[in-house]
Design a protein around this ligand. Structure first.
Ligand SMILES: *Cc1c(COP(=O)(O)O)cnc(C)c1O
Length: 239
């Protein structure tokens, strides 16, 4: 990888500027949009560069990769988001290392996370992953199942973790208007859940990646997850 400190700084400035512009054209406060720098497969040196450029919110998608890096960055101003699919048998690594998990998709996982969060005394914020495109190869709950799942989750009264909204990964290779429709559907689903179960649990919409975050912002994203546009292309075997 050839990405340099100045390259990462320049990329970050560029992304931040585009976020500000997308927010302005949607009449939104840019401060209401969290930029998550997706550092999966990037080295600690890449992360250090981004931190030097003022970035403190990062996303990782595998436990084993994250665990080699997170211990090097224990400054409390850093905020780590787990954005990958999580198997229950790895759930113990999340509370304590990560502040947020974007991929809740079962009550079993929720209970396990809650147990470990309580044991470590570190609160975990979660989002429900929604398979908005209905792609059989994608993780996440079907849109029609989300409100019922959230209801069950809230009824369970778990301490140690709390629900804050929805996340989706868009389908690959669709055009801009189809992409926008996916983001609209996630926002509408969030609104419907908020009306039924309480707005406090549905303040966040995690949607939008390097190639479509401006569309996501215009449709209400509060978290955008951006890798390539900040760090450059990932090593080939991982993409
Ligand atoms: C890799 C990844 C991203 C970032 O993708 P880019 O195209 O590099 O911006 C966002 N969200 C999830 C869940 C990812 O796995």
């Amino acid at each position: 990888m050839t990405t340099t400190l100045s390259g990462i700084q320049r990329n970050l400035e560029h992304v931040r500027e585009r976020i500000r512009r997308a927010a302005a054209s949607a009449d939104r406060d840019p401060g209401s949009i969290r930029l998550i720098a997706v550092s999966k497969y990037m080295t600690p040196a890449h992360i250090t560069c981004a931190m030097a450029a003022g970035q403190h919110v990062f996303g990782e998608n595998t436990v084993q990769d994250a665990l080699t890096k997170l211990p090097l960055f224990q400054d409390p101003q850093n905020e780590w988001h787990f954005i990958g699919h999580l198997q229950t048998n790895k759930a113990r690594h999340i509370p304590g290392n990560f502040a947020w998990l974007h991929t809740l998709d079962s009550l079993k996982l929720a209970r396990t996370l809650a147990r470990h969060a309580e044991a470590t005394g570190r609160h975990l914020r979660v989002l429900i992953q929604v398979n908005i495109s209905g792609d059989p190869d994608k993780f996440g709950l079907a849109p029609a199942a989300v409100a019922g799942f959230a209801d069950t989750f809230l009824d369970a009264g778990l301490s140690g973790i709390s629900l804050h909204g929805l996340m989706t990964i868009g389908a690959r290779g669709i055009n801009e208007s189809a992409r926008r429709r996916e983001f609209v559907r996630l926002r509408e689903l969030g609104d419907a859940c908020a009306a039924r179960l309480g707005p406090a649990h549905f303040t966040e919409l995690s949607m939008g990646m390097s190639h479509d975050y401006e569309i996501a912002i215009s449709e209400g994203a509060t978290m955008v997850r951006i890798g390539n546009a900040i760090f450059g292309p990932r090593p080939q075997r991982h993409t």
